[in-house]
Design a protein around this ligand. Structure first.
Ligand SMILES: Nc1ncnc2c1ncn2[C@@H]1O[C@H](COP(=O)(O)OP(=O)(O)OP(=O)(O)O)[C@@H](O)[C@H]1O
Length: 450
């Protein structure tokens, strides 16, 4: 049979010609693919590529790094991202634009224009290696608003993994302020991004009832140190705090001060957001970076019923509970809830396991007034005894439980550099102002809340 087929091929020139054409065609098609495949193989072998989506903190670091590369100063296609650098937040970054008038006015922050290569392909060098940067942008529809998502792809020719890690570490050091402080993260879609940086607040500047701050710090430290203990006993390693009390008595400040003391970041989440859904909230809680306190403010304001969304938020109470309890929720997660109305909170939200400790920050006592006064005027040139007696005079005019600490701070600020006037001409504006007792907030608090 084979012999018959070969004979037929030998004697039929159409058949043999067609077959030869087929073989040659297949060989050419195969050869045409070879350079491409060879190139891909070489690329895989000789280059290393790292993809950085904009929801990753390294995206921002790389933007700073790129802005500082010699390539960026020559590039003609640039992308701008503007940030404000608070005074004191020193970084190695040379991309700070310090307008002359900011020095004249003593402005407390400087504007920083980050000009990094625009979307497209760019070629640059890093430690003698060629780096191909591919920056891409994709339009997104988020509820009624349109926005975009970006991606950086860095391909280092002849690079190694160690080299990429070195580059990323360099970028991180350039982008992060050198002085100690707290990074504040806010949500963007289902991820977190660092949106501001607060200098570390001296603990003495936060004047609370005796022991409140020390207890909270000790509790937090012991929580972070006892991971093994939780794991051995099969208890989820999470902790929740409820800070409650009238506005302006340091709930937010306490969280920032604790974060500064323990070298943590703070992720601030506002539930008053129609676009935020239960799923997005869950994604956010799951994506919380390590060593970050999750702060959800004014939790009493948003929910109507357990399963329904209100006109203030797209999140339901059961959605929030699921997000906080989710199995993939980060181990070691610390949650701070703040409220002016603890009595309005659903018992399920504050049950043990979700809220382990409640800390009340009530309106000021005269002694808190005295201590804040002393903190304000220390080193002002008045002898210690005289300052103490002025502080006592001042404290005697603080009506117990009637004014908030923010109002006292406001009064002292009005008399900055004038301790005698601050003690003799006491005026707390519209205080008392405890909304839980149905009193109207002062213009200052209303403006702050707005
Ligand atoms: N106990 C305190 N000691 C020193 N300063 C305080 C204290 N409480 C509040 N302040 C000052 O008052 C201002 C407002 O404080 P903060 O925002 O922390 O209050 P809050 O309780 O979170 O208010 P709200 O409930 O309105 O969010 C801050 O500038 C802070 O410096």
């Amino acid at each position: 049979m084979t012999q018959a087929l070969l004979d037929a091929l030998n004697h039929n020139q159409f058949l043999s010609g067609g077959l030869s054409l087929m073989v040659v065609g297949a060989a050419v098609a195969l050869l045409r693919k070879v350079p491409g495949q060879l190139w891909e193989f070489l690329q895989r072998r000789l280059t290393i590529t790292v993809e950085v989506p904009d929801r990753d903190p390294a995206f921002r670091w790389l933007q700073v790094w790129l802005a500082l590369q010699p390539y960026a100063s020559r590039a003609r296609d640039l992308s701008l991202s503007t940030t404000w650098v608070p005074a004191g937040a020193e970084s190695d970054s040379a991309v700070v634009f310090d307008p002359d008038d900011s020095a004249a006015t003593g402005a407390s922050s400087r504007v920083r224009f980050l000009l990094s290569p625009a979307p497209g392909v760019h070629l640059m060098f890093y430690r003698g290696r060629i780096v191909v940067l591919h920056r891409s942008r994709r339009d997104l529809q988020n509820g009624n608003s349109r926005t975009f998502q970006e991606n950086l792809s860095l391909r280092v020719l002849g690079g190694s993994r160690a080299l990429v890690e070195q580059l990323l570490e360099e970028a991180r050091r350039l982008a992060c302020p050198k002085s100690p402080g707290v990074s504040v993260l806010t949500s963007r879609y289902e991820s977190w991004e660092t949106t501001s940086w607060q200098p570390r607040r001296p603990l003495e500047s936060l004047v609370l009832a005796d022991g409140t701050l020390e207890d909270l710090l000790a509790d937090l430290k012991s929580f972070y140190e006892s991971r093994e203990w939780y794991v051995r006993r099969g208890i989820p390693h999470r902790r929740g705090y409820l800070l409650h009390g009238p506005p302006g008595n340091g709930k937010t400040t306490l969280v920032l001060a604790a974060a500064g003391e323990l070298n943590l970041s703070v992720a601030v989440l506002s539930l008053s957001n129609r676009v935020l859904s239960d799923d997005a909230l869950r994604g956010l809680v799951d994506a919380l970076p390590p060593a970050t306190l999750l702060l959800i403010e004014d939790v009493d304001c948003v929910f109507k019923t357990e399963r329904a969304t209100s006109d203030q938020t797209g999140v339901t109470l059961s959605g929030l509970l699921n997000a906080l309890d989710g199995v993939s929720s980060r181990e070691g997660r610390v949650l701070f809830l703040t409220t002016n109305h603890p009595e309005r909170l659903d018992p399920a939200l504050v049950r043990p396991g979700r809220v382990d400790r409640r800390v009340e920050l009530p309106n000021a006592t005269p002694d808190q007034g005295r201590r804040l006064y002393l903190w304000f005027y220390q080193g002002c040139g008045i002898a210690a005894e005289e300052l103490e007696s002025l502080a006592r005079l001042f404290a005697g005019q603080v009506p117990p439980g009637k004014v908030c600490m923010a109002a006292i701070q406001e009064h002292l600020l009005r008399h900055r550099g004038a301790p005698e006037a601050a003690a003799h001409e006491v005026d707390f504006g519209d205080s008392p102002r405890d909304p839980s007792r149905g009193e109207a907030p002062s213009p200052m608090m209303a403006a702050r809340d707005a």
